[in-house]
Design a protein around this ligand. Structure first.
Ligand SMILES: [Fe+2]
Length: 374
């Protein structure tokens, strides 16, 4: 089923009508600490006054949410007899909300992670407060169980509707704005390259890239085009929901934890170095559609950037990333390089059209951490 996109208006009238149409009586609101500062806070304060309905807020989670937080969320959802889940926030709020939706009707005497997921009809609505993760369009959620990352994936946790409020992005810190935009950009580029891409995911990814390229300068420089960025991030999310991400994301995760840089920032540094490598090694392509397919993908990417060849496309991608002015971390000792190389997720790497052996991964990390930025 197509996801319903609801555009915010000053009084959230369309959103309110949607909630009434769905018949929500008791809404379970998953939100982080930013909520009181968002324009929707006034609407939510008066929410319970109307139409015989209630709002139950849940904020007992942190960035990189844990299974325990999700368990508490499910318990609260049940105790309060809620009938709709609304997430307002970034990736963590949406991850928690997705898991609450998945586990809401499962056996609470056993570990949810070991039970088969039984789809339910509880509506899930997400309102992203950044333009980047695209989480509101995907079936993926990440939580931590006993310190270990758990990747949850089930089609029934794709939100049935999203609320896009460009005003949410108005006061985003500059670094967050840049890094989340780059996250969406990498989702689109990696989706196009993925061996799991389809005609549909390519349409989403190409459209996302067109919007990102056209509006990035105004978004970053003038704080306009926020609505366009929400759309682009959503389309890129829809693309990776089909194709998944590739080597850029596989290599990015440890960069974020080791150097404290944002996820999108790390992914962009990786994608900028991976693309030229892949372009130079198309003969090694493992996509069953062959080298010609990969070449076609690169040519489509070149066309989106208005470039006529693959080499200048790689340069255009690099320039797109560099325009944000984000720096790259520098390596301080060899142990870090070893840590990075051993951290790469082999499952995600399998989606990459050109295989990366350990020496190549090492060489690419070295380039990421030592290259001059201009
Ligand atoms: Fe990402």
């Amino acid at each position: 089923m197509d996801q319903v996109i609801i555009s915010a208006d000053p009084q959230y009238a369309a959103f309110d009508q949607f909630l009434q149409r769905v018949g929500a009586r008791r809404t379970f609101l998953v939100c982080d600490g930013s909520l009181p500062f968002l324009p929707i806070a006034d609407y939510l304060r008066s929410y319970s006054d109307q139409h015989d309905r209630a709002l139950v807020s849940f904020s007992d989670f942190s960035p990189n949410p844990t299974y325990e937080s999700v368990r508490k969320g499910v318990a609260c959802f049940r105790k309060e007899r809620c009938d709709l889940i609304l997430a307002i926030g970034g990736g963590s709020a949406m991850d928690v909300a997705k898991c609450v939706k998945l586990y809401a009707e499962m056996d609470d005497t056993r570990n949810y992670l070991t039970q088969p997921i039984v789809p339910n009809s509880i509506p899930l609505i997400c309102a992203p407060t950044t333009a980047g993760t695209g989480s509101e369009a995907t079936q993926f959620a990440v939580i931590y169980y006993n310190g270990e990352k758990q990747s949850i994936s089930h089609p029934s946790c794709i939100p049935s509707a999203v609320l896009f409020d460009p005003d949410f992005l108005k006061t985003l810190p500059e670094y967050q704005k840049k890094s989340t935009m780059l996250d969406a950009f990498c989702h689109a580029v990696e989706s196009l390259c993925s061996v799991r891409s389809t005609a549909e995911s390519n349409r989403f990814a190409l459209r996302a890239l067109q919007i990102l390229i056209k509006n990035a300068e105004d978004y970053l420089g003038r704080n306009t085009c926020r609505s366009e960025m929400l759309t682009a991030a959503n389309l890129a999310g829809k693309a990776i929901n089909i194709s998944q991400t590739t080597a850029g994301h596989a290599m990015a995760y440890k960069l974020t934890s080791l150097y404290g840089i944002a996820h999108g920032h790390a992914a962009a540094l990786c994608v900028a170095e991976l693309l030229p490598f892949m372009a130079d090694h198309m003969d090694l392509c493992v996509d069953p559609r062959g080298k010609e397919h990969l070449q076609g993908v690169f040519e489509q990417l070149a066309a989106v950037f208005g470039r006529s060849d693959i080499e200048s496309m790689c340069e255009a991608v690099r320039q797109f990333i560099l325009q944000t002015g984000l720096s790259r971390p520098t390596i301080t000792d060899d142990t870090q390089l070893g840590l990075l190389c051993s951290s790469v997720n082999p499952v995600r790497l399998k989606n990459n059209p050109v295989p990366l052996d350990p020496q190549t991964i090492r060489a690419i990390y070295q380039r990421i951490l030592t290259e001059q930025v201009n």
